[in-house]
Design a protein around this ligand. Structure first.
Ligand code: ADP
Length: 542
């Protein structure tokens, strides 16, 4: 017997239709490349998205064709999110921080037919355009007044002109909810980047899950400022979730320095933000140096790499901003777990609460997880056993675009490449990525713990712990440190700083100081580069 309920496909356009009908006056505020602070309502967003869909259709964009974007967080990017997916084409967000050659490789692999870009990236697009034979149209996301006087790109189109020339009568087509909606490439720290192709269904289900109280806890009363770029796994789903719940959105555009962010947080009464740990360092430094406060921001989502407990403390104890530690990956749309206390845990002593918050959190409904040993057998949830983290759920990939790399699944589970423990309450903690684990005399040392301790030292701006070759133990931890400007600390002081905080044999054997730690296109430390740099490093042997 079948249920007698309406069949409505879960489509991304339905989020926009809802936002227009039920939150039409809600605002989207964007700091634009042009320099101004632009305001529009959800009603205007809906109308402009329909017109952009019409314009793209007129340009000949067909069902399932990929439309690439190279853009900051802003209202035009948001319009494209809805226009492209809504019309049945596939939004392909490209990461402008990638090397131009890699960018061209990805756009060609994805077969992008249109490329829309912010003017910041005009020189970049000029440089790669000749290597993109499949792109039929290049669209500069600006108005006529800000179009470049000359361009190496033939027939460069103007976004606002296309918008003006398009009628508002476009109707969102209805189609199978499993239709592809958007495409993101993994940053490919190993091998070529691979495409995760999301569907309307996976995106809408992920959006419901993201909004839940024990995930990001979003509501119509929130003002959300995603610092995480819209080219990094769909800004963790916030552009969709804001429409679902009717939250005000604030987009920082290209201005991600501490002052610009703080001005926006205060000026627009932001309640929630989200980003990787490295971006928050600049903000915290600025707020501290200028003795400022956050008057409305009450929580921030930190993920993408482990949030150092010292950063959590700075936000929470120093500024009353609650840190929501979350874990995910491109292959998971991206949310997998969020660290929110269960009943009673709020009242625990501070040290125990801190220990819980350092974990990446509990599975959000829809995602199931387990840890397995080398033999593939499931390991216990005792908070001690660590093994590879496997996940499954309706917003986890089944394979990469064009079957690249073969089937990633093992017995229906997606192996994340992360090493984790799970405690009896179901809180998961990442100890490492499997390729970053340090194997000392056959035992594993988790580099994240070692980095977190170093980052708690007042003189340390950033720390990475990598395996260095050791004649007896095979590998031993080498700590690579970037000091805070003007701060001083010695190797001996840092090694002594570990005393009593960790098992003695985990203590790094040596410390090297560097001017900068290389960051990847999504703001994560590139430990593979450091490993290359220090591959011949000789540890002091006792
Ligand atoms: P890439 O794998 O290309 O770097 P992702 O952005 O998909 O791109 O990164 C996913 C990975 O980031 C995870 O597998 C995990 O190693 C790491 N990660 C994400 N969130 C956290 C977190 N809160 N703590 C530790 N590691 C994290």
């Amino acid at each position: 017997m079948l249920g007698l309920m309406m069949q409505q496909p879960l489509l991304i356009s339905s989020l926009l239709v809802h936002a227009e009908r039920h939150h039409g006056e809600q605002e989207i505020v964007s700091r634009r490349v042009e320099g101004d602070l632009h305001r529009q309502t959800f009603r205007e967003l809906a109308s402009r998205s329909r017109r952009m869909a019409q314009a793209l259709k007129t340009l000949g964009v067909a069902d399932s064709e990929r439309v690439g974007t190279l853009a900051w967080n802003g209202h035009r990017h948001m319009e494209l999110y809805y226009a492209v997916s809504g019309m049945g084409a596939v939004l392909h967000t490209l990461n402008p921080r990638l090397h131009p050659e890699q960018l061209a490789w990805i756009a060609n692999h994805a077969e992008d037919k249109v490329l829309c870009f912010d003017m910041t990236f005009h020189p970049l697009v000029e440089a790669v355009a000749a290597h993109l034979p499949q792109v039929r149209h290049f669209i500069a996301m600006t108005d006529r007044a800000h179009m470049p006087a000359t361009s190496k790109i033939a027939n460069l189109l103007c976004y606002e002109e296309l918008m003006e020339g398009a009628a508002d009568g476009f109707e969102w087509p209805q189609f199978d909810e499993n239709h592809a909606s958007s495409l993101c490439y993994t940053s490919g720290t190993t091998g070529n980047p691979k495409g995760a192709l999301y569907s309307h269904r996976s995106t809408v289900l992920h959006t419901y899950a993201a909004a839940l109280p024990d995930s990001l806890n979003l509501s119509a009363r929130d003002v959300v400022l995603p610092v995480v770029p819209m080219f990094h796994v769909n800004a963790w789903g916030l552009p969709y979730a804001a429409c679902m719940v009717g939250a005000k959105l604030v987009f920082p555009g290209p201005h991600l320095d501490g002052k610009s962010l703080h001005d926006l947080f205060e000026g627009e009464k932001v309640t929630l933000s989200a980003g990787v740990p490295t971006v928050w360092q600049g903000l915290l430094g600025y707020v501290h140096a200028n003795q400022l406060r956050f008057s409305t921001m009450n929580r921030t989502v930190i993920g993408g790499s482990a949030c150092p407990p010292a950063m959590m403390k700075a936000f929470q104890d120093g500024y009353g901003v609650h840190v929501l530690h979350a874990w995910g990956m491109t292959e998971l749309s991206p949310l997998g777990t969020a660290c929110v206390f269960k009943a009673g845990q709020d009242e625990l002593p501070a040290a125990q609460r801190d220990a819980i918050q350092a974990k990446q959190g509990r599975a959000i409904f829809g995602i199931d997880m387990k840890i397995v040993g080398d033999d593939g057998q499931e390991l216990p949830w005792d908070g001690k056993a660590s093994g590879e983290l496997m996940v499954r759920g309706p917003w986890v990939i089944t394979e990469y675009l064009k079957g690249e790399g073969g089937s990633p699944l093992r017995d229906g589970w997606f192996p994340t490449g992360d090493v984790a423990m799970i405690d009896p309450q179901g809180f998961m903690q990442i100890t490492d990525r499997s390729k970053d684990v340090i194997k000392s005399g056959g035992e594993w040392i988790g580099s994240i713990d070692l980095e977190n301790i170093a980052m708690a030292h007042p003189a340390v701006a950033m720390a990475a712990c990598i395996a260095a070759h050791h004649p007896k133990w095979d590998e031993r931890p080498l700590l690579v440190v970037m000091k805070k400007p003007g701060a001083e600390v010695t190797r001996e002081e840092l090694i002594a700083f570990y005393e009593g905080k960790i098992a003695k044999w985990w203590t790094p054997d040596d410390v090297v100081f560097v001017d900068a730690i290389p960051l990847g296109a999504t703001g994560k430390m590139q430990k593979n580069k450091l490993r290359d740099q220090f591959k011949d490093y000789r540890l002091p042997t006792a």
